[in-house]
Design a protein around this ligand. Structure first.
Ligand code: ADP
Length: 397
């Protein structure tokens, strides 16, 4: 069955048409600058090159129309009619405590997603607009909602509660939710396959290191902890997000810089992380690697702090699970940046994990990067959130 996967952001919409029988990507693309001057669509057939076309895209409904026209275009498209699309899988960022797995969309589900808007005010409303626009244009096609938070809903209370008055959890559901769940789900399952062992018997740590970065601990087939919290700001040092910090810094900065807490939060989300630590050199690890090799102190400072934070989290998850069988690296940095993996893994000799430096040169494909005599395995496993969304959608049908 052909499944259309939609990932709707506030001003962009990514899409992939996937043949669920074999996971083949028939076409994929992006509508960008929705509602802003200079909007465009880019589209690639299968593994072909992207073709970019300027187009007036006033809103998400326009974007979905354009996506469907592009997919069915007689010359540049990949299907002859919309009837070929068997289902649509939508990425939804926040499912709160309501959604512990993917669901088929109906009015009740839409309402429940809307009730989570508070928890992801930038993302959930955009996701909802995308779903409604698709429902309008394809009223007879089943739609699913696949949540970034659902995989982490198995976390026990001791892992998801903050050390603040319990009434705030009771009243406002303030707790740790975690994100990138679709990726952690996909990669941990793939790891069990590569190890040829039952998922339920393993202790796996997944390091999703991209511009947004998070780590999860998956014990006996269930996520028991993850590094992101109520929002994606908690945890690792990221591209531009600070990750963990002393909350008193917020007031301190307000006073010293004479700014309000909105401005501080903006700094913590957009000007911090490796970007801020490198004194604004870059948030991109390609630049940071270049700087690191040239011994630029700004790059060295940022990369060292990034890796150290990952090492601390991995260590704490080994303790939380009372051991670990495999550590997996995924997403832009995890899949591509060998020197970062090396800097992280050199700390785990005490676990009996030793890096195979030759294998670690690989990028972007499933690869065992620990030596054959290592007690704990390490892998590169490219994530595929779109395929996971298509797979979960198919399961629901
Ligand atoms: P997100 O999905 O959170 O935007 P990605 O998973 O795309 O993030 O990861 C982006 C990061 O991955 C950037 O820091 C980028 O430098 C790094 N990255 C992507 N491709 C490569 C590559 N080929 N070599 C080195 N780093 C890469």
């Amino acid at each position: 069955m052909k499944i259309l996967v939609i990932n709707c952001g506030s001003s962009s919409l990514k899409f992939q048409l996937i043949e669920s029988d074999n996971g083949e990507v028939l076409g994929k693309g992006l509508c960008d600058r929705i509602g802003i001057d200079g909007s465009f669509i880019s589209f690639a057939k299968g593994e072909g090159d992207k073709v970019k076309k300027e187009a007036s895209i006033k809103d998400h409904s326009d974007a979905i129309k354009l996506v469907l026209e592009t997919l069915t275009d007689p010359t540049g498209g990949v299907i002859s009619s919309l009837d070929e699309i068997g289902a649509v899988g939508h990425r939804v960022v926040h499912g709160g405590e309501k959604f512990k797995s993917a669901v088929l969309v109906n009015e009740e589900v839409l309402k429940a997603i809307e009730e989570c808007n508070d928890l992801a005010p930038l993302h959930n409303p955009a996701n909802l607009i995308g779903i409604r626009a698709c429902m309008e244009l394809m009223p007879n096609v089943p739609m699913s909602a696949v949540f970034d938070t659902a995989f982490h809903q198995t976390m026990p209370e001791e892992a998801y509660l903050y050390g603040i008055p319990y009434e705030y959890y009771r009243k406002y559901k303030i707790r740790r939710y975690g994100f990138h769940g679709t990726s952690h789900d996909f990669v941990s399952h793939r790891c069990a396959k590569l190890m040829n062992k039952p998922y339920e018997d393993l202790k796996i740590i997944v390091c999703h290191l991209g511009n947004g970065a998070s780590i999860s601990a998956v014990k006996n087939g269930k996520c028991i902890d993850t590094s992101m919290g109520l929002t994606p700001l908690e945890g690792l040092i990221m591209g531009t997000r600070s990750g963990d910090l002393d909350p008193a810094i917020v007031e301190f900065l307000c006073n010293k810089e004479n700014i309000d807490f909105h401005q501080v939060l903006n700094i913590l989300n957009k000007k911090s992380g490796v970007y801020g630590l490198s004194d604004d050199l870059s948030s991109d690890f390609r630049d940071l690697e270049d700087g690191y090799n040239k011994k630029d102190p700004n790059a060295i400072r940022a990369v060292d702090a990034f890796c150290y934070r990952v090492v601390k989290y991995v260590g704490s998850y080994v303790a939380a699970m009372n051991g670990v069988d495999a550590i997996c690296f995924t997403a832009g940095i995890g899949e591509n940046t060998a020197f970062v993996r090396e800097k992280i893994l050199e700390h785990f000799g005490y676990l009996g994990l030793y890096l195979d430096k030759e294998a670690n040169k690989k990028r972007g494909e499933d690869t065992l990067i620990s030596t054959s005599d290592s007690k704990v395995k390490a892998y590169i496993i490219p994530t595929n959130e779109e395929l996971e969304i298509a797979t979960q959608t198919l399961k629901l049908l």
